[in-house]
Design a protein around this ligand. Structure first.
Ligand code: SF4
Ligand code: SF4
Length: 530
């Protein structure tokens, strides 16, 4: 089965489960309210510009800052290993575990360890990695991967979690959130004491101290970094910051943007090998490149490494809200996932999710790192089209037909008459007139267009054909405005244009419709044809 077919099946399955989509939409709405409240009285635009600048300074000085971090971390007693890829990173921890005769590693949440398929790599050597973040533990029991950067098990309902925990407990547990959390707390607590090694990620690698910063809500990262005798930090090199001041500035944005909190429950700063139970703990910091240097070198995409992993670009994304993170992403999900998948796993792995983006720009609007995610995805669409082509139908449509205004408009008019046998009355539309196309005959067009979505039919009369008959009885208008309708309002939803004229006329504004206008080019642009 090809990637394309698999992806479409995943989309179909996700759409067939409206419960998940409803929950994600509701979550997205509530998230926006909480986020707005959290930023009350603050200048988000100024804050994110500053964050972007902080990250750009790191990019420009990354070699010096990395060397400074290593020097200071080693001076504080830490051992630092720079891994060129995730395999080297895994190997380092496996060798360390063997050297310590370690059988159990207690882990807190770390996306880079997901990227490294860390648990699986360790299992192959007889070492068990135990997830201690509640969401990650749920997924470990379910044998699934995260579907969100901050809330990895957001796609699971409490009844499903109760079923998993019941199996683990050997007794039926009620699907009540508090009792499920209580069970997890008791069940996981012993793991910290039994673990030979604790592994955490790092939100910050602070160059001028050699310390790390962790921003969490569950406290498990603190236990993982404190109780076992050996602490391993697993982090991407892009987590570098110059100093504590920069880290604190980022900490003002991260919780607000991630969960609408002013501050997370735990913010932990650790520097070096700390005393533990009368002995000195070992701290090993594994810094992973894994494609980040290549991404830094891409002028069109490098801003993606400003990401502080707040997850907001998923929370607001209509595609994510419709199909969830297992479909719209890979290790990393949603808008940032599209970009990182292309760089860390290859363009081939990212091509379907790149095309899935509808270009609404919601992600760019909420990103606290000032990343224009949509612009980068648009660039990747071009790359995908260059590499894999656009398909014959789109090529002919965009290059031969839509560029030629007369031909395009005549074809649309003809299609509005010929479409009748393939249109149906819409189930959702209040208007009696609205019809949709559910199946196109193969010889007309690629069936992919309508196989898993409905298309609106072309209106019987276009806006341009009705414009001259719309009365505008204004004697002395305050303004005269030109209306660019776009293909949607011109050929599919002319009633939108008619209503707009009514509104503008009521404000004493006359509307002019230049008939020479043509398609704006968005369909071609979003198909990667720049
Ligand atoms: S621009 Fe694309 S990735 Fe961003 S929110 Fe919209 S659909 Fe999602
Ligand atoms: S890209 Fe921006 S919005 Fe998305 S997770 Fe990263 S920082 Fe958050």
């Amino acid at each position: 089965m090809g990637t394309n077919t698999t992806y479409k099946k995943d989309v179909e399955q996700a759409i067939a489960n409206p419960k998940l989509s409803e929950a994600l939409h509701l979550f997205g709405d509530n998230y926006l309210i909480a986020r707005e409240k959290a930023y009350e009285g603050l200048d988000f635009e100024a804050m994110r510009t500053e964050l972007g600048d902080i990250k750009d300074i790191v990019r420009l000085n990354r070699e010096e800052l990395l060397a400074e971090f290593v020097k200071n971390a080693e001076a504080a007693g830490s051992k630092v290993f720079i891994a060129k890829d995730v395999h080297e990173a895994n190997e380092y921890v496996i060798n360390l575990a063997k050297e310590k005769n370690a059988k159990l590693i207690a882990k807190s949440k770390s996306m880079v360890s997901e990227e490294a398929h860390f648990n699986k790599a360790l299992e192959a050597h007889g070492i068990r990695a135990s997830e201690t973040d509640l969401g990650e533990w749920i997924l470990q029991l379910a044998g699934q991967r995260p579907s969100h950067l901050v809330m990895p098990a957001i796609h699971m309902f409490k009844e499903e979690v109760a079923e998993l925990f019941s199996k683990e407990a050997g007794e039926t547990l009620s699907p009540e959130i508090k009792s499920l959390v209580d069970y997890a707390r008791v069940r996981l607590r012993q793991e910290y004491f039994d673990a030979d090694i604790g592994l955490t990620g790092a939100n910050f690698l602070i160059a001028n101290t050699g310390g790390i910063g962790l921003v969490t809500n569950e406290g498990n990262a603190r236990l993982c970094s404190t109780l076992p005798k050996v602490h391993v930090v697993f982090a991407g090199i892009h987590k570098l910051v110059r100093n504590m001041e920069d880290a604190i500035k980022i900490t003002r944005l991260l919780p607000r943007n991630a969960t609408g909190q002013l501050l997370t429950s735990y913010v932990t700063w650790i520097r070096g090998a700390v005393p533990c139970d009368g002995e000195t703990k070992e701290q090993h910091i594994v810094l992973i490149d894994g494609g980040r240097s290549a991404l830094y070198e891409s002028p069109a995409c490098r801003d993606a490494l400003r990401c502080i992993q707040c997850g907001a670009c998923a929370n607001v994304c209509p595609v994510y809200q419709t199909v969830g993170g297992h479909v719209f992403g890979s290790t990393y999900i949603s808008a940032i996932g599209v970009i990182l998948t292309a760089f860390y796993e290859g363009l081939d792995k990212a091509k379907e999710i790149t095309r899935a983006c509808i270009g609404c720009r919601s992600c760019s609007a909420v990103c606290p790192s000032n990343i224009d995610l949509e612009e980068i995805i648009l660039h990747l669409k071009e790359e995908v089209t260059k590499e894999y082509g656009m398909g014959v139908i789109k090529n002919v449509a965009f290059k031969a037909i839509m560029k030629n205004r007369g031909l395009f408009h005549n074809m649309v008019r003809a299609a509005s008459k010929l479409q009748r046998p393939v249109t149906h009355k819409s189930r959702n539309e209040s208007s009696d007139q609205r019809r949709i196309i559910r199946h196109l005959p193969m010889h007309f067009m690629n069936k992919d267009f309508t196989e898993w979505r409905d298309l609106p039919s072309i209106a019987p009369k276009s806006f341009r054909d009705m414009f001259d008959t719309i009365p505008q009885t204004l004697f002395n208008p305050d303004y005269k405005v030109g209306f660019f309708a776009g293909c949607g309002a011109d050929f599919v939803y002319p009633e939108v244009g008619v209503s707009m004229i009514k509104v503008l006329n009521a404000l004493n504004v006359e509307v002019v419709f230049p008939k020479g206008q043509n398609c704006c080019g968005i369909p071609a642009l979003y198909s990667g044809d720049a």
